[in-house]
Design a protein around this ligand. Structure first.
Ligand SMILES: [Zn+2]
Length: 274
């Protein structure tokens, strides 16, 4: 699934590649998918987007950390699926839920993996009030972190705290494992057992791990706008599990198990339960 680091990577690539192109045709829902979501009737997307020019992509603002926003003229696309660019003449995906054709013959496509929204809304000027800052912005600082922890129930586990309820938009079950591994905290560790030192280490890991993922061009489990895998090598993921099930720090056995809707990966020796 698209999570925060990948939305930054996609936005940067869109800003370098798609800005200035004008949409010649837009087709939504060409291959209906049960878990593809639209605003209103997808058949209206063509009329809403045709002749609009791509202005910018700008993720990570407010609560849109897991989505990529693309401003097309006076319309805003908010996309929670992978986004692919296709040069003129390049083969298009067999199945897609949103396809934009540009005036130079190139295309942009969205294909839903498990689920995903492709919303198209009239763009409104941002109010400037960012309720939930992205961990990659300065506003996500120690004071904000302390408030976030204080507002959470003390019995929440680390996974529940970080990757549910959209407390930190765009931080999901994909990026979670490396964040907790680097903070040396067990995914089931309860918030109330954390010392100030633990909380500080977790804060630093949330910021630095997500930054490393973004700077690496996204995780090696996700593909970018040009259909290339990201360059950040995940420490704990479905990919790393296939490579090795031993901890890279203590060489002990890693654990994979189901927890709170999704697999968790951890080292039971390095990531303590408290
Ligand atoms: Zn270990």
């Amino acid at each position: 699934m698209i999570e925060l680091p990948e939305t930054y990577v996609l936005a940067e690539q869109i800003n370098c590649t798609l800005v200035g192109k004008t949409i010649k045709a837009a087709t939504a829902n060409a291959h209906p998918h049960t878990f593809a979501w639209y605003t209103g009737d997808p058949a209206a997307y063509g009329a809403m987007l045709t002749d609009k020019t791509v202005v910018s992509a700008n993720p990570g603002i407010g609560s849109n950390g897991g989505s990529t926003e693309i401003l097309c003229g006076d319309m805003l696309l908010v996309i929670g699926t992978p986004i692919k660019y296709h040069t003129k003449g390049e083969r298009l995906p067999k199945s897609h839920q949103l396809l934009l054709e540009f005036d130079d013959g190139s295309f942009m496509s969205c294909t839903v993996q498990m689920w995903g929204g492709m919303f198209c809304l009239p763009a409104v000027k941002p109010s400037g009030d960012i309720v939930k800052p992205s961990p990659l912005e300065d506003a996500f600082n120690k004071a904000y972190w302390d408030r976030l922890l204080q507002s959470a129930k003390p019995e929440l586990s680390m996974k529940a705290l970080l990757a549910t309820e959209q407390r930190i938009p765009g931080l999901g079950n994909g990026v979670l494992h490396d964040i907790l591994f680097k903070a040396r905290l067990h995914p089931k560790r309860k918030l109330e057992t954390l010392s100030d030192d633990d909380k500080g280490r977790l804060f630093n890991s949330v910021k630095s791990t997500l930054k490393e993922m973004r700077d690496g061009g996204g995780r090696d489990t996700e593909k970018d706008l040009f259909n290339k895998w990201g360059g950040y090598q995940t420490v704990l993921s479905a990919n790393s599990w296939k490579r090795s099930s031993f901890c890279q720090i203590c060489s002990g056995n890693l654990v994979k198990e189901a927890y709170l809707g999704g697999a968790i990966y951890y080292c039971p020796s390095c990531q303590t339960l408290g």
